[in-house]
Design a binder for this molecule. Structure first.
Ligand code: CO
Length: 425
């Protein structure tokens, strides 16, 4: 600490005390090691980054999970980022984020962003641990007791869908996503006609009819007391999507998700002109240029980015704050292909953001909770973090090693229309 200087008398500048030297920043906390750990406790590859510092026992964990390209992310971290980062000051999160973002000259994309995210979250974890407080305290303190979540009710037919909705209501869940047969795709890899390539086949019109029927029936059966959501998952051609948003209006959705593919998001302007259904978008976004125009033109109501896919907490905080200025709420992506560390970072942001909307939550299996001690806890539809300093989720490396990465060609993304052509999954 520098010695306290005398207050300056502004009417008499000559009375000012001159300090000998400006205060120096605190000495660096050096990054000693960066490691990537891949584990698949429930059969999905979860990628974790661990950063050790030169202070014994002070390390951080971040989520870098791009389940389907895990080798590429690991190489990005171990072969390219580690040599760039070892020896640097772990306290300079923004500096390191910009350094990583710009270092390869070409930037962006889910492989690079997930690698950045693993580092970025681990640095925030370290900073909050150093401060001795849970991350949400470092980010300004909570403005709600926990994050309200939505759960997924799916089914092969109406009675199964209603059964699953009822199960969540009984658990105290207030917001439920209703899907009929997932996103309308047949899970079987058998083509509908001989001679067609294997794939996950779906018919956009059959999807549209069954989704509307399910939403109508669930609303009628359960009344107005629950909130309903639905995910189109890019299943409809753009003009059909505009019509679909109108058709869902009578069911008073909390939001309609991924109504348009990322390639066709300019159509949101058309949707806005004809439908009052709230819109959620963004789990596939990787660059601010994708969400900024939708936010500032108020063409969507909820941003849904997958935080590790946009580069971590540093860019997510900025997106949340931008959205707040335009009345757009947050609904961060919370799928099973995200580690509990990523889920916890969603939650810390949920707690501190005045414009929090809803949190998607897929639950943690027993294996996951064993590998990641300190997972957020769901009670009566409200998710809360562990009160430990930092992000609050640990990693039991011995347990993680019992669930090695799964090596398989991804097939659920091979979505085809009835004529055999590929379409977004
Ligand atoms: Co989705």
């Amino acid at each position: 600490m520098k010695p306290q200087s005398q207050p300056t008398d502004f009417l008499n500048p000559s009375s000012a005390t001159v300090d000998a030297a400006p205060e120096l920043p605190s000495p660096a906390l050096k990054i000693r090691d960066v490691r990537t750990i891949i584990t698949a406790p429930e059969g999905c590859n979860l990628i974790v980054v661990k950063i050790d510092t030169d202070e014994p026992e002070l390390s951080g964990l971040g989520c870098a999970t791009f389940c389907y390209r895990h080798h590429a992310v690991r190489s990005m971290i171990d072969d390219h980022l580690k040599p760039l980062l070892v020896g640097r000051d772990a306290r300079q999160i923004e500096e390191i984020f910009q350094l990583m973002r710009l270092n390869a000259y070409w930037r962006n994309g889910p492989v690079i962003n997930n690698a950045l995210s693993g580092i970025d979250m681990a640095l925030w974890d370290i900073k909050a641990k150093e401060a001795g407080m849970p991350l949400f305290q470092l980010l300004g303190g909570q403005c709600r007791v926990g994050a309200t979540v939505y759960r997924h009710a799916d089914g092969r037919d109406l009675s199964e869908i209603k059964e699953n909705v009822q199960k969540f209501i009984d658990e105290g869940v207030s917001h439920i996503r209703v899907q009929s047969q997932g996103y309308g795709g047949s899970k079987s890899s058998r083509p509908p006609r001989p001679g067609l390539p294997p794939g996950v086949y779906y018919d956009p019109q059959a999807y549209r009819r069954s989704a509307l029927h399910a939403l109508e029936s669930v609303r009628e059966h359960f009344g107005q007391d629950i909130e309903l959501l639905h995910d189109v998952h890019e299943r409809l051609p753009a003009a059909e999507a505009v019509r679909f948003a109108k058709e869902t209006e009578p069911f008073r959705l909390f939001f309609l998700e991924d109504l348009l593919s990322i390639e066709h998001q300019d159509w949101f302007a058309n949707v806005r002109q004809v439908s009052a259904t709230p819109l959620a978008m963004g789990e596939l976004f990787t660059h601010p240029r994708e969400w900024t125009p939708l936010i500032v033109n108020r063409q969507i109501d909820f941003i849904r980015m997958h935080i590790s896919d946009i580069g971590g907490l540093t860019p997510a905080r900025k997106a949340a704050i931008l959205a707040e200025q335009f009345g757009v709420r947050t609904a961060w992506h919370g799928p099973p292909d995200q580690s509990p560390i990523g889920h916890a970072v969603n939650l810390h942001l949920d707690l501190v953001s005045p414009n929090f909307g809803i949190q998607e939550f897929s639950g943690f299996g027993a294996n996951t909770r064993e590998v990641f001690p300190g997972c957020p806890v769901l009670h009566q539809g409200i998710l809360t973090p562990s009160n430990r300093p930092g992000i609050g989720v640990g990693l039991d490396e011995k347990a993680a090693a019992r669930f090695p990465p799964v090596e398989a060609v991804t097939d659920w993304t091979q979505s085809r229309l009835p004529d055999g052509s590929l379409n977004p999954p």
